[in-house]
Design a binder for this molecule. Sequence first.
Ligand SMILES: NC(=O)c1ccc[n+]([C@@H]2O[C@H](COP(=O)([O-])OP(=O)(O)OC[C@H]3O[C@@H](n4cnc5c(N)ncnc54)[C@H](OP(=O)(O)O)[C@@H]3O)[C@@H](O)[C@H]2O)c1
Length: 369
Amino acid sequence: MPSGSMQKVVIHKAGGYEQLKLETHPVPKPGEGQVLIRTEAVGVNYADICVRWGVYESARRFVGWPITPGFEYSGWVEDVGREVKHVKPGDPVFGVTLFNGYSTHVCAPADLVWPKPRALDFEAAAGLLAVHLTAYHGLLQNVVIRPGMRVLVHSAGGGVGSALVQLCKLHNLHVTGVVGRSHKVEYVRRLGADAVIDKSTHSLWDETKRLCPDGYDLIFDANGPETLAQSYAHLKPTGKLLVYGFHSLLPKQGGHINYLKATLGMLRMPRFNPLSMTSENKGVVAFNLSFLFPRADLLHAAVNDLTAWLEAGDIRVPKVRSFALEDVAQAHRVLESGETTGKLVLRTAPRFSASANEATVQGASAPDQ
Ligand SMILES: NC(=O)c1ccc[n+]([C@@H]2O[C@H](COP(=O)([O-])OP(=O)(O)OC[C@H]3O[C@@H](n4cnc5c(N)ncnc54)[C@H](OP(=O)(O)O)[C@@H]3O)[C@@H](O)[C@H]2O)c1
């Protein structure tokens, strides 16, 4: 790569894995209040796949095409713009960005860049924030929790799910995790879940009812129409359904959206009636963090707590599996399959880029299944 250049993944139009193009571009100069980071690793999130498909609302609204996906990174400060005081060139950092993460260099607003926790290596640090901020925001900034509350977490073996299970246990809640494949059961147990429902071998709703006949206080659901109505039905009075994704509308293989399936799924989307919600004392809370980047107060409060809990060993980064940046299509294929546990990251530093190894990060990340 010529000096002054960087590599980044660019998507020029919606589509399959073939739309993920690795391109060479000039390294940007940080403007006032910005930090230029030479990345070591960047996180891969399910939302990035939705960006590639062209169905991610904030990507359409704030960027359009072409777009470089990616919400999180770790690396070294290379340069800082005027007025940046809390980090300097040479510092190891991690942070979030509203897109543009899949790159060897990220130019981010200074208030979204933090010193990298010492307890984490770069791959673990790149995989921490998106999923833990989502879990933190859902559990600790949206609802009131009390020890002993019963929580049901769908897709508990995935990135956000792994983070939710850990944050629930840290706050003395009783957690039941739901997984779609048997190989995830042990992983979710080892994260600390009190019970795990394997919906590939058991009836999801019979088990849900058996484990908690009076209903749940909180249910975290990113499945969409496949489960939302039943999740709501399994809340107890005062219970809250937390909605933060719709992946059951989307395919698990092939890389292309089936628009007929998606449209039929949209037609099955439940409608919640405020009149009956009032008399049932149940609530629905929905959120998407990509529309909350202006709320630096929320993000900073969350990162402060998460970093302290990490340093104290109270939480771990979900299990991390890494791919070389040029193997981004493979990372998308694997995440899209719904088979993964924990987090996926892309290695972006030149010394990593020769081979497409898979690695489980040791130390601060969660146990293997
Ligand atoms: N609103 C927000 O701010 C926000 C932020 C981050 C993530 N999210 C959402 O949270 C969810 C998890 O994100 P993640 O990045 O952590 O991914 P992930 O949980 O690592 O992977 C998604 C999981 O969802 C299930 N799944 C995937 N495709 C599916 C399909 N077509 N039908 C049914 N189930 C499917 C699979 O688990 P099982 O089969 O075990 O259920 C899969 O492991 C995504 O829906 C994402 O969009 C929302």
